[in-house]
Design a protein around this ligand. Structure first.
Ligand code: SAM
Length: 205
């Protein structure tokens, strides 16, 4: 990741959402982006130019634009029409962003478009977040990574966030993921956690 002092940045064309510029780079604010927050509180997954990413819950493409600055291609899935308009504008200015208007619970609808990816980043803030990630792991290369941003209150507002966190980790392990890191995003985002997993290569692959 690129840091200027303690400021996380990405190198790409600015002016996507009035982000600050520093030394010619785009400041990636941890209070505005959960992925930026992860790099402040934990290790995350190092973004590199060779990576292909499936991004679930792209919204208006602000975090997508930073991920695209670091990586080869970002397949950005979003189902709401309004943020999709902004996402399309981001894709117009970044040729490595492929916007896909689809429901992330139904990966079969975009399977013809999406190739095998090195990283799935999921930020859908919906119930059943683990199940959505598990369904989409059909796109993940063996040895690839999943970063799941868990909004515990979206899963069950009545449940203790720590229990939702533990249950989500258990579901991912049950599905065959190896959990590498799990961390709360405080003080940047309340009741949000990041879970980073890898999908092991099967013997013989
Ligand atoms: N990742 C964004 C960022 O950092 O800029 C913020 C994402 S916002 C918390 C969650 C987004 O997920 C919303 O735009 C919502 O419309 C989208 N979303 C929720 N459920 C979805 C689904 N099943 N399929 C596709 N998009 C979904």
């Amino acid at each position: 990741m690129i840091w200027i002092g303690d400021v996380l940045v990405s190198r790409g064309e600015g002016g996507v959402y009035n982000e600050r510029m520093l030394g010619g780079a785009r400041v990636w604010e941890p209070y505005r982006s959960k992925l930026a927050a992860l790099y402040h509180v934990g290790k995350g997954v190092e973004l590199e130019p060779s990576l292909r990413v499936l991004y679930l819950g792209a919204a208006n493409g602000t975090t997508v634009s930073h991920v695209a600055d670091y990586t080869e291609a970002v397949y950005a899935v979003e189902f709401a029409p309004r943020p999709m308009q902004d996402l399309i504008e981001v894709a117009r200015r970044r040729k490595n962003v492929i916007p896909i208007m689809a429901d992330a619970t139904r990966p079969e609808t975009y399977a013809p478009i999406v190739e095998a990816v090195d990283l799935i980043y999921q930020d859908v803030a919906q119930p059943g977040q683990a199940a959505i990630a598990i369904r989409n792991c059909l796109f993940l290369k063996p040895g690839g990574y999943l970063i799941l941003m868990l909004k515990t209150r979206s899963v069950d507002v009545r449940k203790d966030p720590a229990i939702v966190f533990d249950e989500t980790i258990a579901a991912l392990k049950e599905a065959g993921f190896i959990v590498l890191e799990s961390v709360w995003l405080t003080p940047y985002h309340q009741d949000h956690a990041a879970i980073i997993c890898t999908k092991p290569a099967k013997p013989g692959e």
